[in-house]
Design a protein around this ligand. Structure first.
Ligand SMILES: [Fe+2]
Length: 273
């Protein structure tokens, strides 16, 4: 079984005249003969567009496309009357949204996942809790501080997702697990020094607690994440950590179209089911 993994496809930000990203993903699925897709969040900050795009991938490829939201997907900028919780619930209108329920396949595989949040643990220790709580570096404001309207603190959100995932891992110890979070579970995928801004902003990329949780369960074979717009893999103990982001058009190789860049970013995992 071949599974394609991609994240941060940002079809709204990458839109020029038309959406080129969704058709590019559909054609890559066919070229690689994939049996399943996993999209690890940041599709669009418009839940209707997210659902439509995930449904299109399934319709045009005929394979399941598993999805979890990213932080952009729960932003309220386009729906000021809704909270991020409202949008999080509306995103469950897509049946293969893993925040709704895990997805089982093959004899003994299960895919679990949720957005996750951050607890500042990847930020430079030279900064204080209050520094990180401001979510501002010079003039640059971390947009979640304005657009992610949970009505809860950053740490409460992090704990909420941590406990949800922990309960699922406890439940499925007899399965081979693929876990998907939008945020990073390991510091290896954060932005490396020297970059003074990212020594601060790394605080908002994830939490080492997700990684520690994952590594306590040797039955977790793959841990997929996104958020940082990198394309990296790293094997730790029994688990392959995968981060494969498409990212913004402005970050692509010059003159590349969506098709070329999706081919570059898309990672495949081969599973003996
Ligand atoms: Fe993100």
């Amino acid at each position: 079984m071949k599974i394609g993994v991609l994240s941060d496809i940002h079809i709204d930000i990458n839109y020029i005249d038309r959406d080129e990203v969704t058709p590019a993903i559909c054609s890559a699925v066919k070229v690689r003969s994939l049996d399943m897709m996993i999209i690890a969040g940041d599709v669009a900050s418009d839940y209707k567009l997210v659902i439509e795009s995930m449904e299109d991938i399934e319709k045009y490829t005929g394979i399941p496309c598993l999805y979890i939201p990213g932080n952009h997907d729960i932003w309220t900028e386009n729906y000021p009357d809704l909270t991020s919780w409202d949008i999080y619930e509306k995103l469950k209108g897509f049946p293969r949204n893993l925040t709704k329920e895990p997805y089982m396949f093959g004899r003994d595989w299960i895919v679990i996942g949720d957005i996750g949040w951050y607890d500042f643990s990847f930020g430079d220790t030279g900064y204080s809790f209050d520094d990180f709580s401001r979510m501002k570096y010079g003039e640059r404001v971390w947009q979640d501080s304005i657009k992610a309207v949970w009505g809860k603190s950053t740490h409460e959100m992090h704990s909420y997702f941590l406990h949800k995932l922990e309960n699922q891992l406890k439940t499925y110890q007899n399965k081979k697990v693929i876990i998907v979070t939008h945020v990073l579970p390991i510091s290896d995928f954060t932005v490396l020094p020297p970059d003074p801004m990212w020594e601060y902003m790394n605080a908002f990329l994830g939490s080492r607690e997700y990684g520690e949780l994952i590594l306590r369960y040797p039955n977790v074979k793959y841990a997929i994440s996104g958020h940082v717009h990198y394309r990296k893999r790293k094997h730790i103990q029994n688990t392959e950590f995968v981060c494969s982001c498409l990212g913004y058009r402005t970050e692509w190789f010059e003159n590349d179209d969506a098709g070329t860049e999706v081919e570059r970013a898309l990672m495949t995992i081969n599973i003996d089911d």
